[in-house]
Design a protein around this ligand. Sequence first.
Ligand code: HAM
Length: 441
Amino acid sequence: MLSITALSDTNKSRSNCSQRMDKITTIKGFKDILPDETGKWQYIEENARRIFACFGFSEIRTPILERTELFKRSIGESTDIVEKEMYTFTDRGDESLTLRPEATASVIRAYIEHALYAKDNIAKLYTIGPMFRRERPQKGRYRQFHQINAEALGIEDPRIDAELILMLTHFLDQVGLSEVALEINSLGCIRCRSDFKKSIVTFLKGKEKDLCEDCRRRITTNPLRVFDCKVQTCAEIIKDAPGLLDFICTECSDHFEKVKDSLQLFNIPFRINPKMVRGLDYYTKTAFEVTTNLLGAQNAIAGGGRYDALVKHLGGPDVAGIGFAIGFERLLALVSMKDKQFSDVPQLFIAALGEAAQKKAFVFCNRLKLKGIPSEMDYTGKSLKSQMKRADKLESLYVLILGDKEIAENSAELRNMRKSTQETVELDRIEEIVIRKIQEG
Ligand code: HAM
């Protein structure tokens, strides 16, 4: 007889077993990108690579994991990203590491670490990849999301600010996104920002009790960050605060005027938003955001700005910088083109019937692939009807029908699936004929 303990052990092991059988799914806020979506991703990436290269940018790839200190020092300790959103953990070597929440800090770290400034005083770098922020997931907001990121280092001239915005808007237009709005602002330099900070502190005096706990703390730690607060009452209060543009020094004001003039040379429409401070501490002078009203709450497709003090602040030389990042998922949601345009269809499907035909088809099909012609065949030996169905499903341009009888007659049937026409072709010359037909379209 089974004892009670033994019985409960059996139940336990059953329940462990059923736990093991449970489906393991992705983490909240993380997403798989499935094969029928990747064509669109590649399409956007290819456009970015082509256009950015044209503007003189080269690709850089940095690790996803960095020392936590890097983000604290660059993005800022009292920003929402660093305070609330980073995936930070202590690794087995007792070191605090963080999954990158953005790319700029990593690119600058690499720029300094490898002394890229010594090879050329100008560096234009782009990177595409996943970023991680533990925000509340919603439409257009994920915990793992992707950015297309560009940084231009070593150029102080305001024309590069406009050039970068031109590259961004041109890219968005090229991938089919024209209904966007550009907002710009100047955040001033470290010097003029301190007057602005003082005025914010004065403005918030007496209003502390209506601010959230974070903002009350920010009055002393980093008053600019009150502008980022998503709490309704704080947003209402800060709406009436003074704007940065009233405080910027002559040099920053001249810079901003030149950026605006340069944008006008390319007829790039923009709106000045004196309350836009961006959520990261490293910005100086020009800041910008591209938004759309097609996305709901998460309306920012891209954002960026100048960060003339960041390289030095991270231990590098005194080098100016400016960049932007595009939210890949938000862009994708707006690029509405027929999925077919993005998926690779085979140019030839070989419907082979019979053992000899299958053998010939196997060699031929793979020889075509080696020549760069996407080809498919069926390995199950199904009927001609079901093989034709499969060719249709794959949207193959041509089907080659090959049976043992055709082999004996040294011929095969080549069917153009788009035109629904069919012709008999000589088997010895099949490769040459098929390649020619496909090239002719
Ligand atoms: P950011 O404004 O924090 O800037 O992010 C840029 C873009 O990334 C946003 O406009 C948005 O489209 C996308 N994004 C941000 N968070 C999420 C999320 N949780 N889910 C989906 N998309 C998101 C930066 O990251 C700066 N590093 C940009 C920069 C580069 N500035 C200078 N150089």
